[in-house]
Write a new protein. Structure first.
Length: 429
């Protein structure tokens, strides 16, 4: 019989069992259906019957501790589909592991429920009989496995709608908990590497480009030639002025010799004016060769195809920046500019070095702004801490500036909330 085999296996797991009886709970009383060991002592059954009735009345496990000559007695109700049982176990004297015995009985009750459900089909009954008769008793479950089984049974007892509601509530609680976690808030912005200082090389006067000695990207020392202007016209003008100077000197000396003092003073003033013109020409001739003003690299200017082209005074030819001395220009969105202050720290990653991060510090916020497709951006200057030789002016990348801590929920939703506030204010009368 299924109940007899079940009771035998449970008593073997308990160990040190003196007597065990499985009662069937009926409307008019209790009826013993299985016992352990096989020999049933009616007198002993009658002694265990009150404890079983008490367990049914109170709907809770009952424990009756024995004295030195009598062991503890345990009673536990087991409800299976369509049938209610009460198992009463009389332990041998000296066995005090009552809590462990209760755990095993509770697990055994769940086992009996599963066996009864399996026995409802012919195949399930055959598998259950083979398992209980031919297999050795399983190991007693731990407290954790008992709790897991209990939760699983409770979950299976819920309806599909209750399961969905419980699952949705659990997900919402976990999501709200995660969104309330504070984390570092960082502002993202476009970044451009620029030289700490920039020097321009321009045409000193109107003329023609004769030769180019450097190009963009080339490193130079201060004083290295960059370009040469055509000086033939200046030299021809210089020769003309020098010839005229000789004539005026002769006329000046002749006027002095003839004592024409008024004419001599006129020639003298013309000579002074001519000296100034010659000095100006000499300065221009000295500026025919354009030289690098600082040690650095040419960041713009490629005039290799413009040799022989006319130049205007002040025309920009080259721009230079010092090597290993850079600053970062950030384009910060207008919604984030107030959150950023001087001294904030961050990191920048360049398109040329996507796997490297360079530390930077915000130096100042500028009032200069630019209008782009994504809106208005304000310019901020930052000092880059790295002194890598691989950095070059003009490199672009993405900067992330730390401006404090905020919850993950605020970081994910504050842009949308600000947009909704603005739209609501615009739509409100």
């Amino acid at each position: 019989m299924l109940e007899t085999r079940w009771l035998s296996n449970v008593c073997q797991m308990l160990g040190q069992v003196q007597q065990a009886v499985l009662f069937l709970s009926l409307e008019d009383g209790m009826e013993p259906v299985a016992c352990y060991p096989d020999s049933l002592n009616p007198a002993r059954v009658n002694e265990l019957l009150p404890l079983a009735q008490m367990a049914v009345q109170r709907e809770a496990p009952m424990v009756q501790m024995g004295d030195g000559e009598q062991g503890a007695q345990l009673a536990l109700g087991v409800n299976t589909p369509g049938t209610s049982y009460v198992v009463v176990v009389d332990m041998l004297p000296g066995q005090s592991e009552v809590q462990r015995a209760l755990h095993i009985l509770q697990w055994g009750g769940e086992w009996l429920v599963l066996l009864k459900e399996t026995a409802s089909s012919e195949r399930g009954l055959s598998d259950c009989s083979q398992e209980t008769s031919g297999s050795p008793p399983p190991e007693p479950p731990s407290n954790e496995s008992m709790a897991t089984r209990s939760l699983k049974m409770k979950w299976q007892a819920l309806s599909s709608r209750s399961r969905l509601c419980l699952f949705t509530a659990s997900v919402l609680v976990i999501l709200c908990t995660v969104l309330m976690i504070p984390a570092e808030y960082r502002i993202h912005s476009q970044a451009t590497i620029e030289g700490e200082i920039e020097r321009a090389i321009v045409s000193p006067f109107d003329g023609y480009l004769l030769a180019i000695h450097a190009r963009a990207g080339q490193s130079l020392k201060a004083g290295d030639p960059v370009a040469t202007l055509d000086g033939r016209e200046l030299r021809l003008r210089q020769q003309q002025l020098m010839f005229k100077q000789d004539q005026l000197r002769k006329q000046y000396r002749q006027a002095l010799a003839e004592q024409h003092y008024a004419e001599s003073r006129l020639y003298l003033s013309q000579l002074d004016e001519l000296k100034a013109d010659l000095k100006l020409l000499q300065n221009k001739l000295e500026m025919l060769e354009l030289k690098a003003p600082i040690d650095g690299v040419i960041i713009s200017g490629d005039l290799r195809r413009a040799v022989g082209a006319p130049l205007e005074k002040g025309q920009l030819l080259f721009e230079m920046a010092p090597l290993a001395r850079y600053r970062v220009e950030l384009q910060v969105d207008e919604r984030d500019i107030d959150r950023m202050t001087a001294g904030d720290q961050g990191m920048v990653t360049l398109n040329a070095f996507p796997g490297e991060e360079f530390p930077l510090i915000i130096e100042k916020r500028s009032m200069v702004f630019t209008d782009g497709e994504l809106g208005t951006s304000y310019l901020c200057e930052a000092r880059i801490e790295a002194r890598g030789e691989a950095l070059r002016p003009g490199m672009r990348g993405i900067a992330k500036i730390k401006v404090g801590k905020a919850t993950l929920g605020w970081q994910l939703t504050h842009d949308l909330i600000d947009w909704l506030r603005l739209k609501f204010w615009a739509w409100s009368p």
